[in-house]
Ligand binder design. Sequence first.
Ligand code: GLA
Length: 692
Amino acid sequence: MTARIDDPGGSMSRTPFAPDALLFGGDYNPEQWPRETWREDIALMRRAKVNTVTLGVFSWALLEPREGEFDTAWLDEIVALLDEAGIGFFLATPTASPPPWFALAHPDAMPVDPSGTRLSHGSRDTYAISAPAYRAASRRIARVLGERYGAHPRLRGWHIHNEYGTLDFGPHAARAFRAWLRTRYANLDALNDAWCTAFWSQRYGAWDEILPPRATQYLHNPAQALDFRRFSSDEMLAAFEEQKQEIARTGSTAPVTTNLMLPAWNHLEQWSWAEAQDVVSLDHYLDTEGPDGEAHTAYGCDLARSWSGGPWVLMEQNARGIRVGDRTFAKAPDRMIRNSLGYIARGSQSSLFFQWRAGAGGSEQWHGALVPRAGGDSAGFAPVVQLGEMLERLSEVVSVPDDGPIVDARVGIVWHADGWWALETPHLPNDAITYSEEVRATHRSMWRAGIATDFVRPGSDASRYRLLLVPALYAMSTETAEWLGAYARGGGRLVVTCPSGLADEHLRIPDGPHPGLLRDLIGAGSDEILSLARGEKVTIDGGLAGEGWIERVEATDARVVARYVDGRLAGGAAITEAARGSGSVVAVTARLTQDARDAFLAGEARRAGAGPTVVGASALGVEAVRRRGARSDYLFLLHHGAAPVRVAGDGPDLVSGRDAAGGIDLAAGAVAVVRVPRGGDVAVAAADEVAT
Ligand code: GLA
């Protein structure tokens, strides 16, 4: 860990996390089993070439059986067994799951839901993040673990907590929220103005009158709701920082992380969380059993890499199951392997899983695991061994380039948690439009076109991107609007899609045409937003279509590039373009269907000079990703399609060990990783079309 690299997406630099090998393994909870099973576990880990486990995520009740009394003997034993086998470990602080004694001794430290119900122990994540007793107990156990294991040579890093995200609406939260608001607004006049409390007689005359957005008779004040989300993220971050400092005080220098989560967990403002971590880690679970899961994997990876500004750690995935709604679908072994390589292609230094062994009981006993119930000699364990061997062959890809990003993306998508939280406030023109789906649909279009994409922090240096996309950033500050303008004037091509820039950072809507924050930059404005009914579509020039949201737009200082062909706005502008400085700004004020978005954004990328990683690969169902290493590039080819393809390139395929120079056939579902000289290329063609 020597080189420092610039963060292409954010505004910071970080020492890249560069372990000696790709990390393979997962959450290991040995406390559920007798000692004989521990020995079998270690033997199976060696067989599968597991080199990393995560210990202690939910071990608080064993580590501190009574308040202030610690028992680390069992953990010492496990750590010794792992050490003997040469296996490294992340050590978690167990603060996501306080023991029953804690809840009984400190009932005020249990979270309160919006309706005022104080939750009881009996599950996990039962803590009120602002409760002093919880914070003190968290610091104490972090210190105990830091002192005992912080210098262990096999310690790969600290895994603080687990998926921060319990919101609390109780008295401790109310007190801390008020303190946060005082820092933000300094005086009540400013707060009343920002929250527009003149509406519905909500004016606050004293700080103590302000509450978290608890259950109320009708709609909450949206600015209050948004500020509460911001506060909750900051408050959890402060708790994380306290544990981090406690560990640092013990002298431990192992890198610190906490696992962020996708797809639905949206309780944290990830850019500031990433800044506080030595390495960003992500838990990723597919949200569909269908083919869109591959696009979702890429989406999670590109977010994690961008938040990190470099390599990152995939901390959890499911080895065998895909949970969707009320049932679990099987994840085929070849998909498990392709997904694992997909994470690594996009910058992960690991393929880690939740969890090592299928649970003995408890709430997640049916969750998939690396070791199935049928055991290590079953057919179900064979793909795990196969993956372990494959990752060992791929190990050289962990090296991090010191001359640029790990994935060289020229398209950026602006991302901020405020956008997600803002669109969750109710009574917008169309509440069915969500930030996560708008951003994901945009990323999906780039993924389908095979174009590498980063996510971009508002205000960061975006000059490396030829195309900057701004989906559904409903609320933004004037600084963000100015930053977007500077990007365009500096020569970039900016594409703003609805509903972006309608409200300021306090969710106030400026007077005049929409979008108030961006209309001068766009050179067009609308005086009316029309929601379309579910299933209703409008046709737009160029074979495009819109659904859900359209606007009556007048172009004042922009050219109309596409108009509505039918519907109530027939003849009106749907897409405009304005020249700004040496760049341009495109505004799409109709919500495009996915097909239309794919066609339109692929055209924009082409025009901006941002092409696919491997020309023609996507059309054959092959996801191609170039991961840059210290000396070579690695072209990852993940074949999600149905028919075999032939790959040719100037280098060896590290998966099969064969030279790709003469062409190698890749069966449906298979993967190849071709090491090519820096900037070298591969060609992918349908196998039956290549002359042999
Ligand atoms: C999360 C948690 C794990 C486990 C898995 C189940 O990622 O961190 O403890 O609950 O989900 O999918």
